[in-house]
Every structure is written in structure tokens, then in C-alpha cells.
Design a protein around this ligand. Sequence first.
Ligand code: ADP
Length: 490
Amino acid sequence: MAENLKVLFLSSEVMPFAKTGGLADVAGSLPIALKRAGVDVRLVMPFYRTIKEGAYENHMLIKDIEIPFGESILKANIFETLLGADIPVYLVEREDMYDRPYLYGNSRGDYYDNMERFSFFAHAALRLSQDLGFVPDIVHCNDWQTGIVPALLKGPYRTSGILSGTASLFTIHNMGYQGIFPREKLPITGLSETVFFHPEGVEYWGKISLLKAAIVYSDVITTVSPTYAREIQTPEYGMGMEGILKGRSRFLYGILNGVDYNEWDPAKDNYLESYYSKKLISGKIRCKEALIKEMDLDLSLKGQPLLGLISRLDDQKGLDILVKTLDDIIDLDVALVVLGSGDEVIQNTIREAAERHRHRMGIYIGFNEPLAHRIMAGTDLLLIPSRYEPCGLTQMYALKYGTIPVVRATGGLNDTIEPFDEKTGKGNGFKFGPYEAETLLNEIKRAIGIFKDKKVWKKLMANGMSADFSWDNSAKAYIDLYGSIVEKKL
Ligand code: ADP
């Protein structure tokens, strides 16, 4: 089945070209696993400034392709580069839209014209596939930036041209980003107001939601873990869209993200001070010492637990409960390293805390991929106290690095972390339920208690390092779904 499948994979960020969060990791590794299984998969993303500066080998494929933009036609150039050895990535070049310092906006807010930018991107993806004569069975869309595509395939592209038989699968990576814009912008999309702008369509409380558009019009919806697939059908996690999702629950699947162990494996991670593995663990101690020095922490703490946090600084990530109990955590005679970028208010709170705890708390505000790897390797515990977490990748990376996750029982964190049981020696981390500073602190205390027993801790590390979350299983689940859509079983 996989051999005959053609998939056009659309994502607003793809590793290694452009990244703000986990979506980029997924878009940079799932297609490689799909290709390995025999799928003819090709990607489309905007040609951002960061990609130009990254000097990836590329060439122009189509010059001056005409893209619908409301009533007018705008031109763009399509470049091609490769993901992995042989997966085409089509880059949509339009300087006034994508040649900017950030992907979506800065820490103070989004670009005012994101609706225009991503509506244009959606049309460009479908137009270039027509131009190349690449007729995908499925367009695999990701998050609101591509949310208009399923509606376009049910609308303007259904009746005209070679995409009339193409289906869509939409993956929700985060319900918190709903792509909401004023209704006056609808004409830009090329969707007919009478056909699409109503409560069963793209309309959402009088505005347009591109996320809702995708939920309503895609043939199949997936999200990135089984627990999150259930959670988003409830008011607590559905963020207002639980009813719409429930209505489509027959077409909603949860498939856990995987890990790209070519990027995230301490046995071959070139960012680290020293390689290490489950069998040869001593390198982890060198990584810890190097990190303590790099972050200017008190060296006398090297025998104590070193805690880490690598996160977008966003409400979602549980930073409010962490900050509330931060002084108590540091009082446990531990040190903490924080790497994060995002919300300005949260950044300032973290800066203030670091001032209070000099040499016990090391911070880096900004995006820093090499440092993320060094923290993953150099810490003993990784804190992920998320309010909600669709899948979460860092807990899976941490396991491979022998760093024990302390997570809240939600979404993919719930699906991947099994609480450690000292009696049976089973489990791979620490997990707490209620979203409260106190429950987080208690779980950290429990972890630190176990850390003191080196033999038990070693067992816990070994459990985590043995886990295998590679992409192949998840890719197979996607291929089964693609197959069911093509065979019209769904
Ligand atoms: P989300 O997609 O919600 O941000 P995930 O856990 O799915 O959360 O993915 C986060 C990814 O982004 C991981 O690869 C993590 O290492 C990375 N990351 C987050 N913040 C930073 C940062 N400031 N610098 C470098 N990498 C970061």
C-alpha cells in the first residue's frame, strides 16, 4: 500500500530549516520515516529568512508561479531543497511575506498579516503541486497555518484541475493556536462566504478560525497522542472546540509522536562534552560538570540533583506553578537550569528568580538548539509541569539521555511516562495529577529522595534509556490511516 501513496506534507516549520517548537521536529522526522516505508512524500514550507541565511543547498524550480490572493493573482518563486537524502522540500519564496526576522511574530505579538501569509502559502502549495503534476492522494496538513487547505480542497480545488480527488488529513499539534482572524479577511482565502462562513463551517464566534476550518473540512483529523485525542473532546482541554471535535470523533485519531534518534542520542550527539550510552554511562557525569560550568553554577553542587527546564515560555507549559514554588525547590539544595523563549512577562519572572538564586539557577532566554542538547544530557531531572501537553517531545528525549522526567499527567506526557515504583523497579519517571505548585513540589521531593539511592536511581535511568519511541511505529499508523482514506473506508 505505502509504495503507491503520494503525500504532500505541509508545515509552517520543519527541522532543520526553521523551528519554534515541536512541530518542526515532527515535520523534520515523520516524513523521513514515511519515505523509508515507501511513501512518495514531499514537503512544502515558506522560504523564511532563516532558511536563506542557513545556506541550505537549493535551486529554483518554478519562477513566477501565479497564486490566487483574494481577487488578485500574486507571483511567487518555488525553490527546492532536500530533507534527509532524498525528500523534496518545496520552498515558497515571496519576500514581502516570509523574508522577516521571525516565523510568526516576536515576543510581543504576531504579525498583523498572518492570515494573508498563510492563506497565500496554502494556495501556493496546492498550485505548485498542480504545476509539477504531482497529484497527491493526501495532503497532510499541520496546525492552523495550513488549516485553510482542507476547506480549499472541498471548495475551489474540488471542481477544477487535477486535485479534485485529493483528500486531506489534518494533524492538531496544539489546540491553543486557533488561527482566529476577522471575518472581513475571508475574501483573501478565495472561499465563498455563503458556502463556508457559517457555524458548521469556518465561522467561530463571528470570526474565522483556520483551526476550525481544518477540523470541519479535513477527511481525517489526528492529534499527537491518544490521551490528548480524548482530552480535546472535553471542555477542560477543547478550548471551545470540544463540541466540534466530538461531532467528528469518528474521524479523530491519536497517534503518538516519535523521536528522531539520529538527532537525539547521547551516544552520537556532537553537541555534548562527552558521548555516553546505557552501557557506558560515565560520560553523563562529564556532561553534568560541563553544564554546571557553562551555566556558572556552584560547582560544590555537582553531587546534588541538577534540574532542567527546556520550554517555550508560554502559559501552557506550567511555568506559573513552577515559579510559585521555585524558591522552595532551590531550598532543597539543588540547582536549576532554564532554557526558554517566548512570553516577555514570563521571561522577566524567570530573570528575577535567577537574580535571587545566583549560582543555583542558570538561565538562557532565547532559542538555543545546542544548549537544549547539553541540558538534556547534563541534568538529572527534567521538569515538564504542563497545564496541557498534546504530546511533548522533551520527556522522550530526556529518557534517552538518562534524565528523569517529572511531568504532569496530561496528554502525551501521560502516555509516555509511567510513574516509578520503588518496590517493583518499574516505571520511567515521576508524574503528578492536580495542576498545583504543591503537587509539583512534592513530586520533585520524591524524585530527590530516590536520587539519593544511587542503585535505585541507576535502575530508573536504565528503564528510561531502554525505551524506544522511534518514528517507525507512528509512521505505520499514519500510513494505515492514509490507506483507509484512499480506499474510502473512512
Ligand atoms: P512544543 O511543541 O509545545 O514547544 P514539544 O515538547 O513538543 O513542545 O517540543 C519542544 C521542542 O522545542 C523540543 O525539541 C525542545 O528541545 C525545543 N525547545 C523548546 N524551547 C527551546 C529553546 N528555547 N531553545 C532550544 N530548543 C527549544
